[in-house]
Design a protein around this ligand. Structure first.
Ligand code: HEC
Ligand code: HEC
Length: 288
């Protein structure tokens, strides 16, 4: 009788172990709260840390494009490549990358994202909950352009010890006085990034070169507001001054042409005469 019971005992023990294993699994890995699976949740965290300063999901363009529906716009292999090595994809002459750069005016920086992390990010971007999980587009209280200019030039020190912007950037008003050239000219950055893009850029300064400084020395919210007001002012001023420059250009051009012709009319015949006179003089001198 004993041998016939053996298989059933094994079965019971097997079921018991399987049951304990399942309970243990639930205890070790308490399931996700929302409907995001594990990979998408990892993606959500990476998105918050590394992407959110420049991208929203369903809340409009910031520095870069709104990423809602990007997994339908682009194929998965391209997305992995672009997220892990945007610089390499652009350098390869990829037409999509080139069109994106043309439209947004700034290249997406290399951020050191691994292929596995990119897969998690894509899982997050595909998840229907992604929109709800992503925060709203940023906004700043009103700032003062004059205070922003003083911060930009270093006349007022940044509260947390960040390097003044002028060390690496110029604007129309301060460029000629020797603004830095490591970073791009910021005169029209408000137009280039859009106000929402510039606002979110000022909140985190997510550009690789600046992260080394501003990661640990962030701008205060008041500084962000004042700098935004200043950069919006330089943006508006150049729209006016470029129209003025065109008038000035024509003014100098026409005025200069009139003056030049007057000078030529006055001196040209006399000079010609004097040259021929000189020629006559030298030829007569050699003949002697
Ligand atoms: C400093 C700003 C910045 C950061 C940070 C950033 N991006 Fe971008 N991203 C851009 C810009 C600008 C573009 C569009 C212009 C370009 O690609 O040259 C772009 C384009 C993209 C595109 C292509 C969108 C399309 O419509 O095809 C994807 C996908 C993307 N980014 C994903 C990410 C992910 C994922 C992260 C985080 C790991 C991230 N980006 C972080 C600025 C940024
Ligand atoms: C150490 C040099 C450095 C300092 C200091 C610095 N930046 Fe930058 N910034 C750069 C560089 C370089 C870039 C171009 C992107 C990159 O390579 O990281 C850049 C890009 C930017 C951009 C995006 C420009 C564009 O056309 O897309 C903005 C906006 C910006 N900086 C604002 C600021 C502000 C505001 C300050 C001062 C609070 C500042 N930066 C201080 C080096 C600097």
């Amino acid at each position: 009788m004993v041998p016939t019971n053996k298989p059933r005992n094994f079965l019971n023990i097997g079921l018991l172990i399987a049951g304990l294993f399942l309970i243990g699994w639930r205890l070790v890995l308490p399931g996700s709260a929302g409907s995001l699976n594990q990979s998408a949740e990892e993606g959500a965290q990476i998105f918050q840390q590394s992407c959110q300063a420049c991208h929203s999901i369903g809340k409009g363009d910031l520095v870069g494009p709104d990423l809602q529906g990007v997994t339908q716009r682009r194929d998965a292999a391209w997305l992995v490549q672009f997220i892990t090595q945007p610089d390499v994809v652009l350098a390869s002459g990829d037409t999509v990358a080139q069109e994106l750069l043309q439209k947004y005016g700034v290249p997406m920086p290399y951020l050191g994202i691994t292929e596995a992390q990119a897969q998690s990010l894509i899982a997050y971007l595909e998840a229907p909950d992604a929109v709800a999980a992503a925060p709203a587009a940023p906004a700043l209280p009103a700032g003062q352009a004059a205070a922003g200019k003083a911060l930009f030039t270093g006349q007022t020190s940044l509260a947390n010890g960040g390097t003044p912007c002028i060390a690496c950037h110029s604007t129309l008003g301060v460029g000629s006085a020797g603004g830095g050239v490591l970073g791009p000219d910021l005169t029209n950055v408000n137009t280039r990034l859009g106000t929402a893009g510039l606002t979110s850029a000022l909140q985190t300064l997510p550009f690789p070169t600046m992260q080394g400084i501003f990661n640990t020395r962030p701008l205060t919210q008041q500084e962000q507001s004042d700098l935004l007001a200043y950069l919006q002012q330089t943006d508006q001023q150049t729209v006016v001054s470029s129209a003025m420059n065109i008038n000035l250009f024509w003014g100098i051009g026409i005025g200069g042409a009139v003056i030049l012709s007057a000078i030529m009319l006055l001196f040209w015949p006399r000079q010609r005469q004097s040259i021929s006179a000189r020629l006559r003089a030298t030829s007569s001198a050699t003949r002697k």
